[in-house]
Design a protein around this ligand. Structure first.
Ligand code: ACO
Length: 432
């Protein structure tokens, strides 16, 4: 076995630390102490830039080569050959389903698409202009009260039931959030339809007896859902694992993960891309906007990634999908601005040097808008498929005997011990 020899020059002590799977165990460093009562040497890694928090067999990413695989299958092959529910099965169970297994899984999801009527009333309590991400997060958390048995996270059968419920109810909650905004009546799920067709039906059915989704748009949505289904230990998945590690139920854990997703540096970026394109306004204004970003005023939203430093393989598939969608919807000014922005940025030394490429969010928002989704819904559209990844990772966490409650350490930078001064003798505190 390879190992690392570490010399602690504070004391002269030398230890050998095993290297397994290209990593050392941070706890091995605890052997290095300056005194018997010293806690031992720790590692400091804000934002987990170089820390593996788990072993996982779900998703593989090679950021330098632009590779993304779910359970070993390249994302390109899955997007081309599979449906979202097939991929969801793959992520959750480890293998692609055979025909019969898929039929059972699809039926299971269909059986759980409806929301309890009290949940509908809960949604009605929101103001008409509430942000759908806030509504989604709260409604998922509220489902924990509808299914209190979900707290029994150690029972695999019980877990599977909650997983099917969550996967199935995400599109329903999303459509209800949308219809609540406009005061439109809620549309119940239609079991004759596929996962994405049913979602489009719940979103957009008006008075026609049967809503017929455009097949190109339904397939495009399915592909987008496949691309967003998992992405190993990103910010929201890390949140899912952290909250799940306390043995909280899957609804509140998913609500917390969705909250992490809502931030503009994570899943909220797709909404920000549209705002940015609006702000740019015209192709002619692109160079000035790029200059502004280079001068340190803001970021190019939808550009850059913590892991991908070559290109985001999902962005390539999304561009292809966008072209399909535009054959149905026609193109618009924002798409032209986005293409010009990408062209200029990819040639610019600032972006080239920092290895900044369009990420999955750069084009997804443009596609969603062309399909008729409002920008406020974009991050919710990201959450619908990502719930599968969160739940697959949650299952893995629960079955991993090495995992414990997530509890990092800190470097304390505050005062040493001091004592309370009586009120009359305290000086005005400076603002902390
Ligand atoms: N526009 C302009 N400059 C950027 C951008 C950007 N989008 N992203 C990074 N940079 C610059 C940084 O300012 C930094 O420059 P410096 O070295 O001169 O200080 C350098 O590139 C490195 O950036 P970091 O912030 O260290 O990269 P990090 O890995 O921490 O951040 C992140 C990754 C958060 C995705 C970042 O690129 C970003 O904020 N992008 C815009 C938001 C976005 O699109 N988020 C979606 C990510 S994908 C997803 O969550 C689904």
């Amino acid at each position: 076995m390879s190992h690392l020899t570490v010399t602690d020059h504070r004391t002269g002590a030398q230890i050998e630390v095993p290297i397994t799977d290209g990593t050392i165990r941070a706890t091995d460093l605890k052997q290095l102490k300056t005194a018997p009562d010293d806690f031992g040497l720790m590692t400091y890694d804000p934002a987990f830039l170089n820390t593996s928090s788990c072993r996982s067999s779900i998703t593989f990413i090679d950021g330098d080569k632009g590779i993304l695989r779910y359970r070993g299958y390249p994302i390109e092959e899955l997007a081309e050959n599979c449906t979202f529910l097939e991929v969801a099965y793959l992520l959750l169970h480890g293998e692609l389903p055979a025909e019969e297994q898929l039929a059972v899984w699809v039926n299971l999801v269909k059986r759980h698409t409806m929301l309890h009527e009290t949940t509908k009333k809960f949604l009605e309590g929101f103001r008409y202009d509430a942000h759908p991400m806030g509504m989604l997060i709260s409604t998922i958390a509220a489902l924990s009260t509808v299914y209190p048995e979900s707290r029994d996270i150690k029972d695999p059968e019980n877990r599977s039931k909650q997983i099917a419920r969550l996967v199935a109810k995400m599109p329903t909650i999303t459509a209800y959030c949308y219809r609540h905004h406009f005061g439109l009546p809620y549309i119940y799920p239609d079991n004759d339809l596929s996962f994405t067709e049913n979602f489009m039906n719940m979103m957009w059915k008006m008075l026609e007896p049967k809503y017929v989704a455009n097949p190109i748009l339904a397939r495009a949505l399915d592909i987008l859902f496949i691309l967003h289904a998992d992405h190993e230990q990103n910010c929201s998945t890390n949140t899912m694992r952290a909250v799940g590690s306390s043995q909280a139920d899957p609804y509140v854990s998913v609500a917390a993960a969705a909250a992490a997703l809502s931030g503009p540096l994570h899943g909220g970026a797709n909404e920000e891309v549209l705002k940015m394109l609006d702000e740019i306004g015209s192709i002619e204004s692109v160079p000035a906007y790029v200059k502004k970003v280079k001068d340190g005023h803001g970021k190019l939203m939808g550009f850059g990634h913590r892991v991908y430093k070559n290109y985001d393989p999902r962005a390539k598939i999304i561009k292809w999908t966008a072209d399909q969608v535009f054959t149905v919807t026609g193109t618009n000014k924002k798409i032209e601005i986005a293409k010009e922005l990408e062209r200029i940025a990819l040639e610019d030394e600032y972006f080239v040097k920092r290895k900044l490429y369009p990420n999955v969010d750069f084009y997804s928002g443009i596609i969603y808008e062309a399909m008729g989704f409002r920008p406020e819904l974009f991050t919710v559209l990201f959450a619908i498929p990502r719930v599968v990844g969160w739940l697959a990772q949650w299952q893995e966490l629960i079955n991993d005997p090495e995992q414990k409650i997530a509890r990092p350490r800190q470097i304390y930078t505050g005062y040493a011990e001091r004592h309370v001064v009586p009120m009359g003798k305290r000086a005005l505190a400076s603002k902390g």
